[in-house]
Design a protein around this ligand. Structure first.
Ligand code: SAH
Ligand code: SF4
Length: 416
């Protein structure tokens, strides 16, 4: 079955097929006074050396700053009471503790929160870059969905992010900055006034317990920045979100999967969405470069896989496209031997898309086949009329989160 690409999709002129990638990337231009957020300990040491902190003190100062930045969430150098006044003034002159600028915040009755963040553009006066960060609270956890790029160079035909032309890699400070903004807004720092309202997790002493790299962008196309940002997120003396609670979602950048396992060590989620190459070529054009067999081979070799550490296979439910029971049966055959979970994501429609979300009954039938084969395949019963949502495409909608969006978000967040 051929699905015409949506308007705005970049095409390869000779064949008319959807292009695998678009280029080029915009660049990040650092502000004159850079933020310390996102620097590794080593980079922080260098930054301190650069403003005259003697090498003999550097280690201790890095420890102190790390604690203020990532454990306490300090927003001003003046809060750093165990740092000398002189050094505070020096730091103030050269650096900031700036996070990405929040241009909009939406809070839903069920506690879901969405922040629209503005990031600097390459050329002054140009339209600023924007990404979204979404917080999805549940009774026993709070999941933060982070973006890795402004837009995405890939062109998955059902994904709204893929239609955006402007693409820029986020720098580590902008990825870590999303966590900082969320914790600021939730009052999720020691001693801070905690947010209240419906839906916030009642268990545990932290609002943000999990991270999913499922917002805008392909994280494995921005490997170093994502790796460095997640190392900061997982640091036990700072943000302290264990790697077991961080999930990286990829559309299938096969050559980077082994490196992701070795150097990032997060839980892996793979956007499979189809069980045959022909259909996956259409839905996820990157499949033309890295077909299903290669992708699954890379998954089988992902380090540390076990029944307790499974790969999540994401499968967006597209009506009449990939949602038949034949597809469900083929899916379980395909995953045989891989410690796997299946995440059925109700398709979240956007203006101009050719796809529709599968009927709820069909999603349930599909899920039963997957479940009967021994795979957890959580799908939430829809509250209200219908289902839906996905982090990757929330940016477009300026209106409040709909019940459908919230549901799809939850489906995506259920990666445990
Ligand atoms: N680029 C990465 C991560 C971001 S997208 C990836 O593709 O995996 C996160 C998930 O949302 C992916 O599984 C993606 O396929 C899915 N997704 C994108 N658009 C969607 C939509 N409109 N409805 C439902 N899921 C969508
Ligand atoms: Fe990019 Fe992921 Fe959207 Fe595909 S689904 S276009 S890889 S963000």
């Amino acid at each position: 079955m051929t699905i015409s690409p949506h308007p705005g999709t970049v095409r390869d002129p000779p064949t008319g097929a959807i292009a695998i990638e678009k280029a080029p990337l915009e660049r990040y231009v650092a502000p004159d006074k850079p933020s310390l957020i996102g620097l590794s300990r080593a980079a922080l040491g260098e930054a301190l050396g650069g403003v005259g902190v003697p090498p003999a003190q550097a280690r201790m100062r890095v420890q102190q700053l790390w604690h203020w930045l990532y454990f306490r969430g300090a927003q001003a150098f003046d809060e750093m009471t165990n740092v000398s006044k002189d050094l505070r003034a020096t730091l103030e002159r050269h650096f900031t503790l700036a996070r990405p600028e929040v241009v909009a915040e939406q809070v839903s009755v069920d506690g879901t929160r969405k922040w629209l963040l503005r990031l600097p553009s390459e050329h002054p006066g140009e339209r600023p870059h924007e990404v979204e960060c979404v917080y999805i609270p549940e009774a026993d956890r709070g999941t933060l969905c982070l973006s890795s790029q402004v837009g995405c160079t890939l062109n998955c035909s059902f994904c709204h992010t893929g239609t955006q032309r402007l693409v820029r890699n986020l720098v580590p400070g902008e990825i870590v900055g999303q966590i900082m903004v969320a914790r600021d807004r939730l009052g999720d720092w020691p001693g801070a006034e905690r947010a209240h309202g419906g839906g916030l997790p009642a268990q545990g002493d932290r609002f943000i317990s999990n991270i999913v790299m499922m917002g805008m962008g392909e994280p494995l196309y921005n490997f170093e920045a994502v790796r460095d940002a997640l190392a900061i997120a997982a640091d036990g003396e700072g943000l302290s979100i264990s790697k077991r609670r961080i999930t990286l979602s990829t559309s299938g950048v096969v050559p980077m999967i082994a490196r992701a396992g070795a150097e990032i060590g997060a839980m892996l989620a793979v956007s499979l969405h189809a069980v045959e190459d022909e259909l996956r070529n259409e839905l996820v054009p990157l499949n033309r470069k890295y077909p299903i067999a290669d992708l699954l081979a890379a998954c089988r070799n992902y380090p540390g896989l076990s029944n307790a550490r499974r790969i999540t296979f994401e499968y967006v439910m597209l009506k009449g496209v990939n949602d038949s029971l034949k597809h469900a049966k083929a899916l379980v055959r395909l995953l045989k031997g891989i410690p796997a979970k299946v995440n059925l994501i109700p398709f979240n429609p956007w203006p101009g898309t050719r796809y529709e979300c599968s009927d709820w009954e069909q999603i349930e039938k599909f899920s039963e086949v997957v479940f009967a084969a021994g795979y957890a395949s959580p799908v939430r019963t829809p509250r209200g009329r219908d289902i839906l949502a996905a982090c990757g495409q929330l940016k477009s909608a300026s209106e409040k989160l709909s019940a459908r969006e919230r549901l799809a978000l939850r489906a995506m967040a259920m990666t445990d």
